[in-house]
Design a protein. Sequence first.
Length: 659
Amino acid sequence: MSQISLTFPDGNAREFPAGITPAEVAQAISTSLGKKAISASVDGAHWDLAWPIDTDAAIAIHTMQDDAPALELIRHDFAHVMARAVQEIWPDTKVTIGPVTEKGWFYDFDRAEPFTPEDLGAIEAKMKEIVAARDPVTTEVWDRDRAIAHYRDTNEPYKVELIDRIPEGAPIRMYWHGDWQDLCRGPHLQHTGQLPADAFKLMGVSGAYWFGDTSRPMLQRIQGVAFKNRNDLKAHLTFLEEAAKRDHRRLGREMDLFHMQEEAPGQVFWHPNGWTIYTTLQDYMRRKQRAGGYQEINTPQVVDRKLWEASGHWEKYQHHMFIVEVDESRDGETDDAAVKDKAQTRINALKPMNCPCHVQVFNQGLKSYRDLPLRLAEFGSCARFEPSGALHGIMRVRGFTQDDAHIFCTEDQIQEECARFIEFLAGVYRELGFPDFEIRFATRPEKRVGSDESWDHVEGALENAIKAVGRDYVLEPGDGAFYGPKLDFYLTDAIGRVWQCGTFQVDPNLPERLGASYVAPDGDKKRPFMLHRAALGSFERFIGILIEEHSGKLPFWLAPRQVVVASIVSEADDYIHEIVAALRAAGVRAEADLRNEKINYKVREHSVGKVPAILAIGHREVEERTVTLRRLGEKATSVLSLDEAVATLAREATPPDLL
RNA sequence: GCCGGUAUAGCUCAGCUGGUAGAGCAACUGAUUUGUAAUCAGUGGGUCGGGGGUUCAAGUCCCUCUGCCGGCACCA
């Protein structure tokens, strides 16, 4: 038998007979490692202890101490244990796939009857039995025909499909957890008793399409989470509870920011507090854009279908548009049948995006190459008929306002404009408290318009721009629009969710369709490029992210209610009016709380309401012309003179770009 | 859009196998003038999401529509 050389993490190499398994390697190193081993890395691949190694390789033996492989095995084996439990309880259930997810796993099933939330308890109980049984996990490689025949016999059509998807030459592995058998690429633990029976939880049932294919019947997905021990599970469940407390939908109600209702699904009714955040943010963006060389415009909401036909949206995007039909004969308010016969209905659509309207502005008058780059910005209110299942608070809505702009420029100006925009966006994000963001670079898709030379040039411009400003990017090959590449900018919020906010798209197509042109130096008319870009994305989503990021405790300058001046005794009322007036004159959003309540009550109420500063005023403050300041979330208080307090708070109320 | 769940007072929720609705907080009224996360007492408040059906009787059972929640799909 031939020998192979295995190199360990410490750099030492040892000879072993070919076909040795990691289990045997671990045993050869020491009996205790042989007992503790759960899997291995072989040339970087996660390797089952039972798989033979046939060639020279770098090897590392993993134990439960190694978090990443341990968690992967735990979650993966739980997926199988759950599928086995389900099939033991409901033998008519067909199994499909069950991959590991970020905190656990899911497994999709095909069963006529829906799983109920109550069923989850029964499944969990059965899973614990399987763990307690300490059933061995074993594996074999089968040939394709045998595997297919097996799954035909056992009436598991999804597994047959899966085998068809396994590329020629790749091993088809069968695993057994006790007597229960599944097709799986592995690796796995050695027996079910290695699973922590007190560190998993089934989280729910939902629908899911087989490989995302909406034309197929829906499967039922059961999701679970699993950790190495009970404490980690508890920590995760606590984290979920905390996340729920900072949910913008909950805080939106508690802080009286906005509401939504049935008659306008996916659209926001902003209350005074919420609208204060919105306008403060908008004022900020307006100043930033002006400083960044943008000119602000405003364009119509309701636009005749003719424009959408010209832009291509009518053909490609109609299902997402709110269509408005207007009978123009209504003008005369007549009942005259003859007039009604002549009635003409006109079909309009609410704009789902601003770009076609911006081209109309560009097209007015004659543009020269000297006008380029021309940067037209609009806080553009858009309406999109998003599918009902996509709606989510104010993060995914049907009516929203973008901090949109379109830059009309020449091909040679794209790189410079892209770099400028990335710096602009980075500055905005930094000032808004998001110094870190991710750029995803989406390149040419299969179906596209334009020559390869043109794509080469434009993609190169974007890549150079990213490099020029010293940023990294994640490449998303083939994800660009059919007319040009794009950059998307992603923020991660305080609970780890990733949101797309900013975008930068290169578009030679729409200027072409809508006949935009400029006069070039040689006197010829040429097509400009159009760059679609947004930094915040939409005010609605961005405010939702801000709320969740800060658990409602917004930075002082953005807080809708900045200071409450609360009386301890009613003799302080006159002085409090004076304080409030002084703060307001200095640009601070201040209000008085003169109610006949104890200071404890007021402090609690305004703390719950996330007011960043409370000034408590009693006899002492009146006499000394001071204020006692208490910051949100802090127990300590500090005494300041009135002038000091106004100066300090006024400074804090100043937006970051004006400091 | 699809699968599942869900809808009771302003909010959070209770209401068992059908017998015409309750609590806490909030609101309102009164008393209390109070020193940093809930002062006390009293009062009012709900066609139980909409529509239809079964039944002597429906918040409760059935159908349907709508919204919301969790996923899937979508987010050129």
